[in-house]
Design a protein around this ligand. Sequence first.
Ligand SMILES: C[S@@+](CC[C@H](N)C(=O)[O-])C[C@H]1O[C@@H](n2cnc3c(N)ncnc32)[C@H](O)[C@@H]1O
Length: 235
Amino acid sequence: MSLDEQHVTDPAEVSRLFNRIASRYDLMNRMMSLGQDMAWRASLVRAVADRPGPLLDLCTGTGDVALELKRADRSRVVIGADASLGMMRAGRHKDPRRTLGGWVQADAVALPVRAGSLGAVTVAFGVRNVARLDDLLAELLRALRPGGRLAVLEIFSPRSDLLGAGYDLYLRRVIPAMGTLVGGDGPAYRHLAASVKAFGRPEALEGRMARAGFTRVRSRSMNLGTIGLVQGDRP
Ligand SMILES: C[S@@+](CC[C@H](N)C(=O)[O-])C[C@H]1O[C@@H](n2cnc3c(N)ncnc32)[C@H](O)[C@@H]1O
């Protein structure tokens, strides 16, 4: 199977893929979302605003969510973690005053944090790429304090078949073309369509979070059901 069709989940390969597209990643995000992606990330930031304690933005990439978390409350400790050094390097210039508690290279399923130490974990557009999703959820439960929250922002397939067909076309044809012209790497952006298709609907993620042991699991959909915010709390 070629990279064009494959849903890439091997951590080393995912990291290489994001290293390749890092320098144009933010620009591609703004273009692919028609400028809406920062508003979606703002919903994620609001979802964890009332959770006391240190915050981890996992799969932080170029740090947009981590930096928004910090801007929303300067007194909070916010750490960004990602497997791709290239992505974090591409984002560091956005934090010239080094306000983040750290940019940590780590695999999502083996975090270098103490058990019960985090007030909340945010993950934007990252869990789709993690092959061992159940291990990831167990790891996040371990890392969160009782009452701590996991909030996930993701791209999902819309519920309507008609919309789904149009969206699939957008992901399979328009995004890779944009990836070639602007992102400098068409095949890397073909991976997006495959990973969205494989990931399914928010209900599936909600079910896995509930089975992992999260309580008050709920979701909210945005952008005609193509973007979802799924959250749950550690009991
Ligand atoms: C689509 S980007 C999202 C970046 C950022 N959260 C945002 O909102 O733009 C996905 C990120 O997840 C990271 N990632 C994927 N699998 C990972 C894993 N197993 N452990 C740590 N980071 C991972 C990638 O390196 C990449 O930077």
